[in-house]
Design a protein around this ligand. Structure first.
Ligand code: BG6
Ligand code: GLC
Ligand code: GLC
Length: 903
């Protein structure tokens, strides 16, 4: 061979040299792109994709079971089906059974349906031979293309790469497409449980001992890597704890131009003639699908220069795709390479000389060496990220390797490893070949996914009884209505329908100063309410919240009422009211049988109160007795008012259509204006009177709500201070929802659906979950914030746990809102019918921490009312200053009606 020839070949191949400095630039470029893609920085358009895979841990080694694996897209136009048996830690290793199928070109370039039907057909053929019978089969789908995953079994194809371009698949969930194709076959009971990139399969295939692989590298027809990343760095996920495997998709590095300094004219030509021009520029310099083609283009060029084959080409050499990576690998074989080169060239219709064969070997070597070195640069970028993790293993990093080019090429792996050591001398990397071509790893992910799917089913089963449908709500509404009528008639009913002796709404002419007490909600308050002209001063309130220790709410009645009087006296002193005898209204949020405005016999305590010697007594008398015991104090108790009534009156001052009062706080209850003629307990049949329904007790007679009581509700009821009582309230109000949630969480922990089965002591603590917790956790938070809320309760949760807890809260609070809505619907419908109207416009005055603070509760109540009482137009008006103000208005109205203005 003459000098010139050698020179021309050398010159041409020099273009494939990549200097160490260039490799370092590529490494830095990829690392920068990885970081930008993770951080989702606005305005940056990184060329690697960094796709979260939802694989959250490396294998534990405990995974067990039989799995079917379908591999599509890793090795060119072949499809592989495997039957993998995982035997856990102790079981003997079992070899998988596998079969390969060639996908015809008309399918790789055909329609999506053809492709998936072909795949499903291969599954059936494989299973027929295996004779697995009709057992349910769990399938893991190894789909080696860039996908946007939203879970382990949901994956939207972003774009085809390599040699595939089937229509109608990009933008679709490939799991769903595969499921549909399997259904079309109809032969086997196959559940597609997980979808995995080939790099993830490789990473998950490796033995967890002595240490698990945290990186998966594939060099096959395409090239790519995945690795375990701190989830807090993956901006898209908005989580703060744990790790997740990220599919780098480095094949597209350079699509923005970063590879220009190392690209040769051959690379540009190859790209232009490829199926997806302008994309996957890095992959086109490394992946096996392209190496043969690069070699072919170089050979044509050299032949054209007269440097090879005596200047002659052949039609076969000029045909796209006639040189394969398999040829390249064989030609580079140290012992038989020369002969293989000759054979290939002859097959291409050329008559090569011995020198030609040697030069062709050099061409192959240059192309594949560049590939190995570029791939090493990319891998060191990934290693740099893994090594930046502060919790990384002291044993260095293990990289699982897979793909035919990496495994079968005589020098590729050695050259890659050598370059990694050059570029990252202290990386301490171990390369571990993946097993079964990654099939085992896919099976491991499938095992995890099927465990998660089981957990999801268990969660759904647990929450199913909380999800009420319209018919059930309609039944509640009807039963509520019936109980209202019976209660009004004095017949046996769980709802007491108590007359309040409030017969008129404020009209704005009320004036005067009043004292008010507000007992029975979250806060005990004393108020000084100044009622002025509605148009000018309006209502002014000065109030103070006093604490009510449990020793007082659950001690003796005398202690309770003495404490109340002490608080009033303190308040009077602070506000220079001592010595004045202002009319006093008492908001007392418990069921009382009233015989007049200022007389109320406590029928029974509810919520958290249990003071002795009060039930059956007139509360006003108990208060007056306490005033007498505290000598030198004069108070004039004018009215006792339920909080619902106070709320209605307070809102009625703003809106004359307000004829319903609703409380959804610690407890729940409603009142409304009923026709006096319907109220048997009070004589007279003209005008209206406000009725305190005491609906919290709805269902206490066992005639309603039975079907809604889940075992969790029963436990909450049993552990309460009044078992069997206030059954409707216990499904709805703030005092109980947290407890119901806690019971459900305990159950889910027991099933190991939550917290990995770990039973935290705090979850055993009664009342640890407050209404505030539900409101917080259900608001629009990022995952990490949800998790932080759990942490405040000493529940060490990961973000997945946090989301499950949120689902539980949502189910429990939604049921509560819907049941409450059914009650409101019954009330407004009754008012409408009382008045013989086709349509009723009415305002409901509302108060209570749950209704006010929960992010969705109020909307859900409204939705239910709209659906259940379509002939009523219901406005919900929030009460601003609590029901103490309304209670003062009750006294003010009474004073006005008695013809005596307040002092
Ligand atoms: C308040 C009333 O506004 O609402 C209380 O003044 C009432 O008397 C309360 O009981 C209901 O809400 P919670 O959430 O405090 O029980
Ligand atoms: C291509 C695919 C990628 C895959 C790689 C190796 O780059 O886009 O998903 O991992 O090939 O098969
Ligand atoms: C309880 C009380 C009731 C009150 C309600 C809201 O149900 O029995 O009187 O209105 O709580 O506070």
């Amino acid at each position: 061979m003459n000098e010139n020839t050698l020179e021309s070949v050398q010159q041409c191949l020099n273009q494939f040299d990549v200097t160490e400095e260039q490799l370092q630039q590529i490494q830095a470029g990829i690392l920068g792109d990885m970081e930008r893609a993770l951080g989702r920085q606005a305005g940056s358009s990184p060329s690697v994709q960094m796709l979260p895979t939802y694989v959250r841990s490396t294998p534990r080694g405990t995974e067990q079971g039989d799995f079917l694996v379908l591999e599509l897209g890793a090795s060119g136009a072949t499809l592989r089906v495997l039957w993998v048996t995982l035997t856990g830690i102790s079981g003997p290793r079992k070899e998988p059974v596998s079969q390969e199928f060639t996908i015809p070109t008309e399918i790789t370039l055909g329609t999506g349906q053809q492709l998936f039907d072909f795949a499903a057909g291969c599954l059936v053929q494989f299973l027929d031979q295996l004779q697995v019978g009709s057992q349910p089969i769990q399938l893991g789908f190894n789909f080696s293309f860039p996908c946007h995953q939203t879970g382990l079994n949901q994956s939207t194809l972003i774009s085809w790469t390599k040699g595939f371009r089937c229509s109608g698949v990009e933008g679709q969930d490939v799991v769903q497409l595969l499921r549909e194709a399997i259904q079309r076959q109809g032969a086997y009971n196959i559940e597609v449980v997980a979808v995995v990139n080939d790099t993830v399969g490789a990473m998950m295939s490796c033995d967890p001992s002595p240490q698990a692989c945290e990186v998966g590298l594939v060099v096959d027809t395409g090239t790519n890597a995945c690795y375990m990343e701190e989830v807090r760095h993956v901006a898209e996920l908005k989580e703060d704890r744990g790790r997740i495997c990220v599919n780098v998709q480095w094949g597209s590095f350079g699509d923005g131009g970063a590879l220009e300094p190392v690209q040769t004219p051959f690379d540009l030509q190859l790209d232009q003639e490829s199926l997806h021009p302008g994309t996957q520029r890095f992959e086109k310099m490394v992946g096996g699908l392209y190496l043969g083609e690069l070699v072919r283009l170089v050979l044509i060029h050299l032949a054209g220069q007269g440097a090879l084959f005596g200047g002659v080409t052949s039609p076969a050499l000029l045909t796209h795709g006639s040189v394969h990576v398999q040829h390249v690998m064989e030609i580079e074989d140290p012992s038989h390479g020369r002969a293989r080169a000759q054979a290939m060239l002859q097959e291409l219709g050329l008559t090569p000389s011995a020198q030609d064969c040697a030069q062709v070997q050099r061409v192959c070597g240059a192309v594949s060496s560049r590939a190995a070195r570029l791939c090493a640069a990319a891998l060191t970028a990934v290693l740099a990220r893994v090594r930046s993790n502060p919790e990384r293993s002291p044993l260095g990093v293990s990289v699982a390797t897979g793909g035919r080019l990496y495994k079968q090429h005589p020098r590729f792996s050695a050259l890659l490893q050598q370059t990694v050591r050059l570029l990252a001398p202290d990386a301490d990397v171990t390369f571990v070949p993946s097993e079964d071509g990654g099939g085992r790893g896919v099976a491991v992910v499938t095992a995890v996914a099927s465990r998660l799917a089981l957990q999801r089913r268990q969660l759904e089963e647990t929450l199913a009884p909380f999800r009420l449908h319209s018919q059930q709500l309609k039944a509640v509404q009807a039963q509520m209505r019936e109980s209202m009528v019976r209660g009004l008639r004095g017949e046996s009913s769980s709802i007491r329908m108590l007359p309040t002796y409030v017969c008129a709404m404020p009209d704005g002419t009320e004036r005067g100063d009043f004292l008010a007490l507000d007992l029975g909600g979250t806060n005990f308050r004393v108020l000084w309410v100044k009622v002025g002209s509605r148009s000018e001063e309006g209502i002014k309130i000065i109030n103070r919240v006093f604490s009510l220790p449990e020793s007082v709410t659950q001690g003796t009645g005398q202690q309770l009422f003495d404490h109340i009087v002490d608080c009033i006296v303190d308040f009077q002193k602070e506000n220079n009211l001592s010595g004045q005898t202002l009319p006093l209204s008492f908001t007392f949020s418990f069921p009382c049988k009233q015989l007049g405005l200022d007389q109320g016999i406590l029928l029974n305590w509810t919520k958290g109160f249990k003071a002795s010697d009060c039930e059956g007594q007139d509360v006003v008398s108990l208060l007056r007795a306490a005033i007498r015991r505290r000598q030198g104090v004069e108070l004039n108790v004018v009215a006792i008012v339920n909080d619902t009534v106070g709320t209605m009156m307070s809102c009625g001052y703003e809106d004359p259509h307000c004829e319903v009062g609703l409380i959804v706080g610690t407890g729940t209850n409603a009142c409304y204006m009923e026709e006096l003629g319907n109220v048997c307990a009070v004589p007279g049949d003209r005008g209206r009177m406000c009725i305190n329904m005491e609906w919290g007790a709805f269902g206490d007679d066992g005639l309603a709500l039975q079907e809604f009581y889940t075992p969790f509700d029963l436990s909450v009821d049993q552990a309460s201070i009044n078992p069997g009582k206030q059954r409707y309230e216990k499904l709805i109000s703030g005092m109980y929802l947290g407890e119901i949630v806690r019971q459900v969480l305990l159950h889910l922990t027991h099933l190991r659906v939550l917290f990995g089965g770990q039973e935290f002591p705090s979850l055993q603590t009664k009342d640890i979950i407050k209404t505030k917790f539900l409101s917080e956790i259900e608001s629009d938070l990022e995952r990490w914030q949800v998790r932080a809320i759990l942490e405040k309760l000493d529940l060490q949760a990961d973000c997945e746990d946090a989301l499950l807890v949120r689902e539980v809260c949502q189910a429990v609070s939604r049921r509560a809102a819907q049941l409450c809505g059914a009650g409101v619907a019954a009330v407004v419908e009754k008012i409408r019918e009382n008045r013989g109207l086709d349509r009723l416009s009415v305002t409901v005055g509302v108060d209570g921490t749950l209704y006010k603070l929960h992010p969705h509760f109020s909307e859900q109540v409204k939705d239910a009312v709209r659906e259940l009482a379509p002939q009523c137009c219901v406005r919900f008006l929030l009460s601003e200053d609590g029901s103490g103000k309304g209670a003062a208005l009750v006294s003010a109205v009474a004073c006005r009606l008695a013809g005596a203005a307040g002092p």
